[in-house]
Write a protein that binds this ligand. Structure first.
Ligand code: ZN
Length: 194
């Protein structure tokens, strides 16, 4: 369980950091992001929450996790727009970060230098099992990393892979629940045989 390293106060305004929450689909990334933001709200820390404009799975401007726990968020089409939109925030949260451009890590670095706590949640691997978008570079820059795990629907072991049941090879096909399932490494590479 992630515990905040310290709570920012007025005397400590310039001490920001970066947290990354990663894992496969169904591993609870958004739920963990929401948990941290609720704690920030209790501490009266203003939060700005963002997601890529293309993530329109359920609702245009709410982050909606698979258990329908939701928080308001601002859709942006480029990571650079996060900086001017979060000027008053102590916490900057970014969900579905794998769909952002490759400037996201630099943007997060700038936010942390401004003294903000930056929380980034995203898929670490795409459905082919390869590192996804800016997430590898985010992991390199992060102060704190939480890798969450789902459960393999085929064998019940720990799952790190998002297996696409659909035969479509369109990488950016959005994460509709019925198109994917969490799988362990063994069942992922067995493909349709299992
Ligand atoms: Zn398995």
């Amino acid at each position: 369980m992630f515990i905040e390293p310290h709570i920012q106060n007025e005397q400590d305004e310039k001490r920001g950091w970066i947290e990354v929450i990663c894992g496969s689909m169904f591993s609870g990334k958004t739920e963990e992001l929401i948990r941290r933001l609720k704690r920030g709200a209790i501490a009266h820390l203003e939060t700005s929450t963002f997601k890529p404009v293309m993530d329109t799975r359920y609702h245009h401007s709410d982050i909606v996790s698979h258990d329908e726990n939701s928080l308001s968020s601002i859709p942006v089409d480029h990571s650079g727009k996060i900086i001017p939109l979060s000027s008053g925030a102590k916490i900057v949260a970014i969900d579905e970060a794998q769909f952002f451009d490759m400037e996201l890590p630099e943007t997060c670095e700038k936010l942390a230098i401004q003294g903000k706590r930056v929380i980034v949640a995203g898929l670490d691997m795409d459905y082919t099992g390869n590192p996804f978008g800016p997430i590898p570079a985010m992991l390199a820059r992060a102060d704190y990393i939480t890798k969450l795990h789902a459960i393999c629907v085929k064998c019940g072991h720990i799952a790190n892979y998002s297996y696409r049941k659909n035969s479509s090879r369109q990488k950016l096909l959005l994460g509709e629940k019925e198109l994917y399932e969490p799988r362990c490494r063994v069942c992922f590479y067995k493909g349709d045989e299992v």
